[in-house]
Each structure stands twice: as C-alpha cells, then as structure tokens.
Design a binder for this molecule. Structure first.
Ligand SMILES: Cc1cc2nc3c(=O)[nH]c(=O)nc-3n(C[C@H](O)[C@H](O)[C@H](O)COP(=O)(O)OP(=O)(O)OC[C@H]3O[C@@H](n4cnc5c(N)ncnc54)[C@H](O)[C@@H]3O)c2cc1C
Ligand code: SF4
Length: 522
C-alpha cells in the first residue's frame, strides 16, 4: 500500500509541534500535522473549575502504570494545541546558568550542548510570537535579552501588589511573571482577554490565551500547503531496510489504519508519549527502540519538584487573576544555603471545587470553600535531576509505565521554609487596613501539597540531546543520531530542566530547529 507523501510530518501539535509548523508553514513545503486529539470544544465548561479540576472533563482517560504496576491516571490532555490549551502561560526563559553544569545539593545538573547565546534570538522570537507580557530586568536572575518584551507586564491586583511591596520591603526582588495572554489593560474594551479566574489549568473560552492552537496551528492552516489530521494516533514509525530513515508513519484513526510518508519526520508528542512511540517502534535494526542505540530513550524523566503552598489567613484574598507575581531570589541559593533552591510564583486562584480534587488537610474550623477565599496560592518549583532509572517504559500490553523516584529534594524543602518565614514577616494589610491586619499573619496556616506523580505537566528529558551518541539520542539540532530524517522537538530533548516552567524553552527550540529544517529542505 502506498502512503501519502509529504515533505515534513509533525506528530503532536503542542508547544513543540505547533510552533514548528508555524515556522515551516510559509516555506511552501507540504506539511502534515498529525494530532491524536481533536479541538477542545468551546463550551461553558471550559471555565468551570468543577468540570475541569474536579471532574477532569478534558483529561485523557488513558491509564498508565507506576513502577509498582499500580494504575496511574495522568493529568495530561490530548487536544490540538496540546497542553498549552490548559497551561498557565507563564513563559520564562531558562537562566543563562541553566545551560551550563550546575552543582546542586543532590548532584550535578548537566550542561546543554548549546549555549544560552545560541538560544537567545529564538527566546526573543518566541516571546514575540506568543505575545508575552512582562517587564525586562525586574527579575535579578533574568538572562541577557536582545529585545524588550513587546507587551507591558500584567498588573498586580491589590492583594498581590501588597505582597510584592512587602517582599520588596524584606529585601527581595519580586517581579511580574512574563505571561502569554492577549490582555490590553490600556484599552479593556478592545482587550481579547477579560482577566478571569479560570486561566491556569483551563482552556480559554474566548481564545485569548497564547496557546499553540490559537497562535500557531490555526494561522499555519491558512497556508494551503499545511494539513492537519486530528484523531490521528501515531502508533509506530517504520524505517527503510537500512534503518537510517523513517519510511512510514503508522496511524490509527477512528478504528482504521493509515500510513503516511515524509522526507522529514518530527516527533513532538510530549516527553512521555514521544519516548513511548520510539520504544514501540523497535525493529531488527533498532532492537531497543528507534534511535535508541544509546539506551537513553525513556530515561532521565524529569517533571520538576512542584508544590502548591496555600498561605491561609483570616483576611480574604479577593484576587481574580493571581498568577502575576514571582520571586527568583533563591533560584541559585541563599546566604545560608549554597545550592539552587528554585522558583516561587503562583497558581491560578484556587476555589473550593479545585481544592476538593486532591484536597489538602482542612484547616480546623475552615471549609474548603472558605480556605479558597482566604488563601494566597503559591507554586514552588525546584529542579529534579536526570536519573537514568527515572524512566518511561512499556509493559507487556504496550501500556506506558512511568517509574520515578524524587531526588534533590533538600533545596525544595528549604525553599518552602523560606516562604513560610517570609509570610510570617508580612507587616501590613492594604485590603482591610492595619487594624485588621494586626496579628493576622501570626495565625497563618501553611498547608503544603506536593504535586503527585500523575501531575506530569512539566514532563521532559526522556530523549535528551547532546554531542555524544553514546549518552544522548539527539544531536544539537534535535536530529536522531541514528536516523537521518527523524527529529524530536517537544520537551523530551532537555538534558536538565532548570526550575522555571518549560514551555517557552520548548517553543524557542522549535523555532531554532525550524530554521535548521528550512536550510535542510532548501
Ligand atoms: C495545567 C497545566 C499548566 C501549565 N502551566 C504552564 C505554564 O504556566 N508555563 C509553562 O511554561 N508550562 C506550563 N505547563 C506545561 C506546558 O503546557 C508543557 O510544558 C508544554 O505544553 C509541553 O509541550 P510539548 O510540545 O512537549 O507537549 P504537548 O504540549 O503536551 O503536546 C504534545 C501533543 O502530542 C499529542 N500526542 C501525544 N501522543 C501522540 C501520538 N501518539 N500521536 C499523535 N499525537 C500525539 C498530544 O495530544 C499533544 O497535542 C502547564 C501544563 C499543564 C497541564
Ligand atoms: S480570558 Fe484571559 S485570563 Fe481568562 S482564560 Fe482567557 S486568557 Fe486566561
């Protein structure tokens, strides 16, 4: 059976695949984008915390296994735009130092095969493409940038501004989170974004979030040379007899089997699914999995050490759009701790329904609803290190198995302790006046919640890039060392993960690989 032929096939339409297709679309090359999911339906439930967080309306119903063989229900989403449809759109660059080797308490964070300077122009391009709003230079750990943000930072609401002032009073350098929402605060009537409370974790009902579908896939589809096929689950990649070229892409679609062929095949199915796809594509020429002579495919899974920490106070927190403030003062350590600790920012405002899904211990005398009304909801991220035993494998039935043992946790614990101390030092309350505020923070309750294994939002590292084919699967252009026409552009390529959200780095790298592919195809 002959397969339909394309110049480039891209598998997965999220941060990596969607951005790459956008870059390649104007070239006139025949491009096929294969996406297992469909479009997120536009419906009222998009903005329902109950439907999204409690009922898991948009989560995949797929079941994976953990290393003990127990069922794992991953918090991940299969739709056009991938997980960017649901992300909080906090779009950070890795720090310059993250590209080099960094000593952590738990071991070494390895260097990348490319420098920050090589990535910098693509970070700028990705920030412009995804309409990132921010203030350059506020963050003391910000790497050098060749251009300012094109859009002003999203302003803090009063409670968050007050917290920012208090942090600054304590000698920190709080800053505005760089964020990809189409918000025009100067002209609210013309603003696509309405600054609502259901952004982080939710699809945007009014298409005002800078996600990969809205920003990249839909505009790319305006080009007649770009085709999107949804509902297209890529089950296997088959090489030619030499084993050096992917010859066919096997797809299962609405119960039928289809095959496609491309001069270049780019895998971008997310770090876990991409590794699983290469492992499923084992053959005589690639007995351990496609492009896996190094045996690294599936290994070094990282997902960050993430915690949600609610600082509950007697004073309510009426903030609607909470994810505007961050602190990186402890990113590389502190005077009393020489190792990196990580990043402090916020999740979207939590409410009772959201808290009911994975409920923390309820503070005495409080309901979940009340806690949600009175909490500042911090998100803390620290770097986990690439351990070869933390890995994606397949069980006998071909199901994904995710084995993960946390590491490098001490810095994270200390980061939490730092935040607790900072919250105890709060001195004033602008919302209810000084009277109300007195003694308030001495009665704060800190309720920590570590994100469980199923929380694979920041998955990365499973098909690492590097210069040495013995220790990496991809070269510095994200091309498989062993397969000439195979590339990977999702979060799999990370050799280390830093401690900021990953999406902007995935997008920037996709633009970088896009330029390489344009040269190759020319
Ligand atoms: C709730 C939430 C909040 C987040 N907030 C932030 C944030 O604020 N900032 C940030 O930087 N990051 C955030 N992230 C993480 C961010 O969304 C991811 O890092 C990013 O989307 C990963 O991009 P990717 O290209 O690697 O994979 P994805 O975006 O997941 O794309 C993979 C695509 O491949 C498709 N696919 C999978 N398997 C197959 C197959 N076999 N065949 C065909 N298609 C397939 C999937 O359906 C999906 O569309 C968040 C994630 C979540 C879930
Ligand atoms: S309207 Fe704005 S804040 Fe609300 S979901 Fe859309 S992008 Fe996010």
């Amino acid at each position: 059976m002959s397969a339909e032929q394309f110049d480039v096939i891209v598998i997965g339409s999220g941060a990596g695949g969607g951005t790459l297709v956008h870059r390649l679309a104007p070239s006139g090359k025949r491009i096929l984008l294969l996406e297992r999911g469909d479009y997120v339906p536009r419906e009222k439930e998009n903005w329902s915390t109950r439907a999204v967080n409690l009922e898991g309306r948009y989560n995949t119903k797929e079941e994976w296994r953990d290393r003990e063989g127990k069922a794992l229900h991953p918090h991940t989403n299969y739709f056009v735009g991938g997980n960017t449809k649901f992300y909080g759109a906090a779009l950070f660059r890795l720090r310059k130092e993250d590209f080099g080797e960094l000593k952590h308490h738990g071991g070494l964070s390895p260097a990348w095969p490319i420098s920050y300077e090589e990535m910098e122009p693509y970070y700028t391009a990705a920030e412009h493409l995804y309409q990132v709003h921010g203030n350059r230079g506020e963050d003391p750990t910000d790497p050098p940038a060749s251009a300012p943000y094109r859009y002003p930072a999203v302003s803090h609401e009063p409670r968050i501004q007050q917290l920012s002032d208090d942090f600054a009073g304590l000698g920190l350098k709080p800053f505005h989170v760089p964020i990809g929402v189409m918000l025009n605060e100067q002209n609210p009537r013309k603003s696509a974004c309405i600054r609502c409370a259901t952004c982080d974790g939710h699809p945007c009902l009014v298409n005002a979030k800078s996600d990969a579908q809205t920003i990249c896939v839909d505009p790319a589809l305006e080009y007649p040379n770009v085709t999107l096929v949804t509902g297209a689950y890529v089950s296997r990649l088959e090489t030619d007899a030499s084993g050096r070229r992917v010859a066919r892409v096997h797809v299962e679609r609405h119960g039928a089997k289809e095959t496609y062929a491309g001069d270049v095949v780019v895998v971008s199915a997310g770090a876990i699914n991409s590794a699983a796809l290469l492992l499923r594509s084992a053959s005589d020429k690639h007995p351990r999995g496609l492009a896996n002579g190094s045996d690294v495919v599936g290994r070094h899974y990282m997902g960050h050490i993430n915690s949600v920490l609610m600082a509950v106070s007697k004073c309510p927190n009426p903030t609607v759009f909470q994810k505007t403030l961050a602190v990186n003062d402890f990113y590389f350590g502190a005077p009393d701790w020489q190792y990196p600790m990580g990043h402090i920012s916020f999740v979207g405002k939590l409410d009772g329904d959201t808290l009911a899904a994975g409920a923390p211990a309820i503070a005495p005398g409080w309901t979940l609803e009340l806690m949600g009304k009175h909490s500042l909801d911090f998100w803390l991220t620290s770097e986990d290190l690439p351990d070869p035993e933390n890995r994606v494998t397949l069980d006998r039935d071909g199901r994904i198995v995710l084995s993960y043992k946390p590491n490098n946790e001490e810095g994270h614990k200390r980061l939490i302790a730092k935040l607790e101390r900072l919250m105890q030092q709060q001195t004033k309350c602008a919302v209810h006046g000084h009277e109300c505020h007195q003694g308030l923070f001495s009665r704060n309750l800190f309720l920590g919640q570590r994100i469980p294994l199923a929380g694979v939002a920041h998955q990365n590292g499973t098909i690492r890039f590097g210069n040495d084919p013995k220790t990496s699967a991809l070269d510095a252009n994200c091309r498989a060392h062993e397969v000439d026409n195979l590339y990977v552009v999702d979060a799999s390529f990370f050799p280390s993960s830093g401690a900021v959200n990953p999406a902007l780095t995935i997008m920037a790298n996709a633009l970088r690989v896009g330029d390489h592919l344009l040269q190759r195809l020319a």
